[in-house]
Design a protein around this ligand. Structure first.
Ligand code: IPM
Ligand code: MG
Length: 402
């Protein structure tokens, strides 16, 4: 049913064997039907996710697909409504769908209360575990028209294009946690097994094979036993990928190299905590944290989310950047083996950026609203702006600061 060659050509981030389940082909129209669980989450999550759903609808319309959405709760909103950050119904919906689109998680009332018994983030961690999303893929790209926003100098930014493979269901995030009764001592265990390292390492090597054939393992092998295991396992696996150049960086050095010379990276492979830290660091290279998408894949349904947080100060104001979420939806389309559809979404995003139809994080004076940027992407997909495109019409929708 699927044309394997064209999938391979377009599958930049996902290994070929990570398909998402059964697709129903509607033969008359040549379209496909997918069930997508949508978890808007907290803060700006709902408004950016809404734009992605609009974009997916525009894609469905153009390519005659059908996306059936099921909306579910997770995070602070779920605690408010059900007492749990991840109701069972959400897990069940995710497990029985083709893909999950997720917004953001977190609320200040929990951040400032270290004694809180339930926390929104527990919902996301539990979902990652439930879906066995062991591989978190975070591509870092730069856009020439946004180089002025990057904290890095222009000459360091050209041709930066790398992807971080972060292990997502092991390490210190999920190790044994202990505190003593009088709260004067605490510990978090960090464990990895050979198998946990192998499965993500294979994905990262396969990605490297389809890219520039370079893989950097980021660890702290001069200090940590788990890092020494990572090095050993990854070195062994490298023998199966002789075309890939493998090198190693200690995480402290890697943090420095990402700023000094980000061009050197192609695929970066690392454990859970290091990946969390260096991916936030890497995200600012492109100019705004609001731009970066991510995919989490594993043995079951895959999940797609922007890497930004819930940004509560902006919630409900229609000012958040929807592009991180929309680009996550594009990764989802790739994963669902719809490469032409994914490409069109990326092209539309590129078009908004090049024309500076951007939100306040990118242009604090002449900015467009979240919903306007979403509408423009849909219009591009619908073909309404290619050819004779009226700059004036779009200009009218620009907000003005009074
Ligand atoms: C991320 C986030 C999460 C993490 C939080 C919200 C638990 O920072 O996805 O990077 O630490 O993994
Ligand atoms: Mg993070």
């Amino acid at each position: 049913m699927n044309n394997l060659k064209s999938i391979k050509d377009h599958f930049k981030y996902f290994p070929l064997n990570s398909g998402s389940g059964n697709y129903n082909m509607t033969k008359e129209e040549g379209g496909k039907t997918f069930s997508i669980t949508v978890i808007p989450g907290d803060g700006i999550g709902p408004e950016v996710t809404q734009q992605s759903v609009h974009v997916l609808n525009a894609i469905a319309h153009k390519f005659h697909h059908q996306f059936n959405y099921q909306y579910c709760l997770m995070g602070a909103v779920a605690i408010d409504e059900t007492g749990s950050p991840l109701p069972d119904a959400t897990i069940e919906a995710c497990l029985s769908s083709d893909a999950v689109l997720f917004g953001a998680i977190g609320h200040p009332k929990y951040d400032n209360d270290p004694t809180a018994k339930v926390r929104p983030e527990q919902g996301l961690l539990k979902l990652r575990k439930a879906l066995q999303l062991f591989s978190n893929i975070r591509p870092v790209t730069t856009y020439p028209s946004l180089q002025h926003l990057s904290p890095l100098k222009k000459q360091r930014l050209e041709d930066v294009d790398f992807v971080i493979y972060r292990e997502l269901v092991g390490g210190i995030y999920f190790g044994e946690k202990k505190t003593n009764e009088d709260q004067t001592w605490a510990s978090d265990g960090c464990e990895y097994t050979k198998e946990e390292i192998e499965r993500i390492a294979h994905q990262a090597f396969r990605a490297a094979m389809q890219r520039r054939k370079k893989l950097t393992l980021v660890d702290k092998a001069n200090v940590l036993e788990t890092s020494r295991l990572w090095r050993k396992v990854v070195k062994d696996i490298a023998l199966e990928y002789p075309d890939v150049q493998l090198d190693f960086l200690f995480v402290d050095n890697a943090a420095m190299q990402i700023i000094l010379n980000p061009k050197q990276f192609d695929v970066v492979l690392t454990e859970n905590l290091f990946g969390d830290i260096i991916s936030d660091e890497a995200s600012v290279i492109s100019g705004s944290l609001g731009l970066l998408p991510s995919a989490s894949v594993g043995v079951s349904t895959a999940l797609f989310e922007p890497i930004h947080g819930s940004y509560p100060q902006a919630a409900g104001k229609d000012i958040a950047n929807p592009l991180g979420s929309v680009l996550s939806a594009a990764m989802m389309l790739d994963y669902l083996q719809l490469p032409a559809e994914a490409k069109l979404v990326r092209e539309a995003v590129q078009w908004t950026i090049e024309n500076m139809f951007v939100t306040k994080d990118i242009d604090p004076v002449n900015f467009y609203f979240t919903s306007t940027v979403g509408d423009l992407i849909c219009e591009y997909i619908n073909g309404r702006v290619s050819g004779v495109f009226s700059q004036e019409n779009v200009e009218l929708r620009k907000s003005t600061i009074i």
